[in-house]
Design a protein around this ligand. Structure first.
Ligand SMILES: Cc1ncc(COP(=O)(O)O)c(C=O)c1O
Ligand SMILES: [Zn+2]
Length: 428
């Protein structure tokens, strides 16, 4: 089986990276002082024909960059399948569940509560039972598979006993997902967290055996999140970036696409719109790019909160400076960190910068979508509806895409078919 991914290209400076290059996390022109680069995958245009497998990394293997990487490094089909299956088995043994397609179904309760007709309504993609309790592990698993493919091909600059530590800056679902995968492989991981990190998350990370690095702001620090600064220092010293920001490791943008492909397989051209909560933007970027590969084009709406909406600002600035498409070279004119200290009930989408904004803007422009900014009132109403009426055990961030539906309900017809992603389980 030949993969469709042909290479990587920076959406900002246009630099190219071969699919064969091991550990190609960053654009060759990115540096510690210039992070405005992000590699995107390039694919040949082919009909979308997944295989029938409960494990999405096998079902969509042909469309995954990590499989093309393994192939280009000389690994056989059987070897690549075995790497994916063994890693998934290890996750299954250690986390209690491996990677399985997640459910997608019409919520009759939510559809009725919002006054949709019998043909329209709300379809919910439920990620709460995914590995690590959110969609995040989908992204990180392809970073792990990349490492395992490179090792199997004998191209890793380390041995099994001298593996460098993994590293992430996060104190939420991404940290839990990364630490879950690291624990499954007995691979050391350093999780960079702020002094304000929740004790419940820290306890989970400790159970998973992660090394927790608390990162208070230092007097000498430049502007920016101290956790990200310390994380980048760790990576500069040899650690492997293992998070969910395409600007730190492009390979998170590979596996995240499985969620969009599953939606496509289940619904085909049926969906009219999809609402996706956007923090760092990797999830919305992956939903958008997966749909393009699969040849379906529901309107994409990226949802942020009034407390932190740098993506909507970027959308407007991009339109004003030449258009929402291909805005990467205009990064400085479009995207910069939100000035106010972000705050919201949906505290998992408060990234002050939407790192993966370029791809999200492309997908919204291509599909006739738009960003949506929701109020705290929308979020609280959405939370009550999704949990009490819909029956999903979601956290506040996990319902924020649905809050976007509430915000836009008056401008949508009753027959529209809307997809939302309930992206994270409630941990309280
Ligand atoms: C449950 C949940 N949903 C959505 C998001 C947003 O994902 P992204 O940062 O890729 O935009 C997060 C991020 O932390 C999350 O935890
Ligand atoms: Zn670049």
């Amino acid at each position: 089986m030949t993969g469709v991914v042909t290479g990587l290209v920076c959406a900002v400076c246009g630099a190219r990276e071969s699919i064969t290059t091991p550990l190609s996390w960053l654009c060759p022109n990115a540096s510690l002082s210039d992070r405005h680069h992000v590699l995107h995958f390039e694919s040949s245009v082919e009909p979308f024909r997944p295989t029938d497998d409960a494990n999405p990394y096998l079902a969509f293997r042909r469309y995954l960059a990590v499989d093309s990487l393994g192939e280009s490094l000389g690994l056989s089909d059987a070897q690549r399948i075995s790497i994916i299956t063994s890693a998934d088995d290890a996750v299954s043994r250690s986390a209690g569940t491996g990677f399985l397609r997640t459910p997608l179904a019409r919520s009759d309760e939510l559809s009725e509560a919002l006054g949709f007709s019998a043909t329209g309504g709300i379809w919910v993609k439920d990620e709460t039972a995914n590995v690590g309790g959110s969609h995040k592990a989908r992204h990180i698993f392809t970073e792990l598979l990349h490492l395992l493919m490179v090792e199997a091909a004998g191209r890793a600059p380390w041995t099994l006993t001298t593996r460098p530590s993994l590293a992430i800056a996060s104190c939420g679902n991404a940290a839990i997902a990364a630490s879950t995968l690291a624990a499954a492989m007995s691979w050391p991981i350093a999780v960079h967290v702020p002094p304000t990190a929740s004790t419940a998350v820290l306890a989970t990370l400790e159970t998973l055996g992660a090394t927790i690095v608390v990162c208070p702001r230092r007097d000498t620090d430049p502007p920016g999140d101290p956790c990200v600064l310390r994380f980048r220092e760790a990576v500069a010293a040899g650690a492997i970036p293992f998070g969910v920001q395409g600007t730190e490791n492009a390979w998170c943008l590979d596996g995240g696409r499985t969620i969009g492909w599953e939606i496509t397989e289940d619904l085909g051209h049926f969906a009219d719109r999809i609402f996706v909560q956007a923090g760092g933007g990797a999830l919305a970027a992956c939903v958008g790019s997966s749909m393009r590969i699969a040849g379906v084009h529901p309107k994409l709406h990226a949802v942020q909160t009034q407390g932190c909406a740098p993506l909507e600002r970027a959308w407007k600035n991009a339109i004003a400076t030449g258009g929402a498409r291909n805005a990467g070279p205009r990064w400085n004119e479009c995207m910069w960190p939100w000035e106010e200290t972000p705050s919201s009930f949906a505290d998992g989408i408060l990234d002050d910068e939407t790192y993966d904004w370029i791809s999200v803007l492309d997908a919204m422009a291509d599909t006739g979508g738009s960003p949506v900014v929701v109020s705290e009132d929308h979020l609280h109403r959405a939370y009550d509806l999704v949990r009490n009426t819909g029956g999903f055990n979601s956290c506040a961030t996990g319902i924020s895409g649905f809050a976007g539906v509430l915000a836009m309900r008056d401008s949508m017809s009753d027959d529209e078919r809307i997809v939302v992603i309930v992206s994270g389980v409630s941990r309280s």
